[in-house]
Design a protein around this ligand. Structure first.
Ligand SMILES: [Fe+2]
Length: 229
């Protein structure tokens, strides 16, 4: 399964007829945030697969103008194409009152709130985030610092992969590293776009219960807003 992962800035080559070949092979599109609603809505017109998103720190406008036809995974597990996707968008808080920013304690509290849901879903296969993990591709300044609390989350649930954005390619210039890992789990900075090949043999390792599955599938519909900041 081909997953087209997007983050941080629209990619010129994906707009217009030259991008259509790439878009048409996307079985699933994931947005790690900081992208215009219209860009994600555009993806729903040309990609055969669903579009799933979380918020970047600059996406507080999604409340007023959400990406049409897309699935909001923010703060929950959604199941798309047989993959359980946990969405934890937003960045480290560097401005008070901004609904798409979280202190370390606030992000930890979001994860604690998920415990019951994660028990029902049997975990998750993919972490869709905006910010990186602390010390794994983040930057020393507060706005681009990663979250420590992602570490125990990954250690416990061991998803197949984590995608994030927020640390732009331009910040690192020639030293940009797209693929890292945390305890053997691939951690990919999808800044711009990244085409990921999800092996077909990767099945859901732990099946959710019937009630949890029903709730998860209900959340996995386009146009739903599950977490209002
Ligand atoms: Fe960002």
């Amino acid at each position: 399964m081909k997953i087209l992962v997007l983050a941080d800035e629209p990619v010129q080559r994906l707009w217009g007829e030259y991008g259509l070949d790439t878009l048409r092979q996307a079985d699933l599109v994931l947005s790690c945030g900081d992208l215009p609603s219209s860009y994600l809505s555009y993806m729903t017109c040309f990609c055969p697969g669903p579009v799933v998103y979380v918020h970047g720190n600059h996406d507080d406008h999604y409340d007023k103008k959400p990406p049409e036809g897309c699935i909001n995974a923010e703060g929950h597990v959604v199941m798309v194409n047989g993959i359980r996707i946990l969405g934890l968008g937003g960045s480290m808080r560097y401005r008070p009152g901004c609904p798409t920013m979280f202190s370390e304690a606030e992000m930890s509290a979001r994860i604690r709130k998920l415990r019951r849901e994660l028990k029902g879903t049997g975990g998750f296969d993919l972490l869709l985030a905006h910010s990186p993990i602390a010390g794994v591709g983040d930057q020393p300044d507060l706005p681009h610092r990663g979250f420590e609390c992602f570490k125990p989350l990954l250690s416990e649930y061991r998803p197949r992969v984590m995608f994030h954005g927020h640390v732009h390619q331009a910040y690192a210039a020639v030293n940009f590293v797209r693929e890292r890992e945390y305890e053997g789990i691939p951690v990919i900075n999808a800044c711009g776009s990244y085409l990921y090949d999800w092996p077909d043999e990767w099945k859901v390792s732990s099946l959710p219960g019937r009630l949890a599955l029903r709730r998860m599938m209900k959340r996995s519909q386009p146009g739903e807003e599950y977490e209002h900041f």
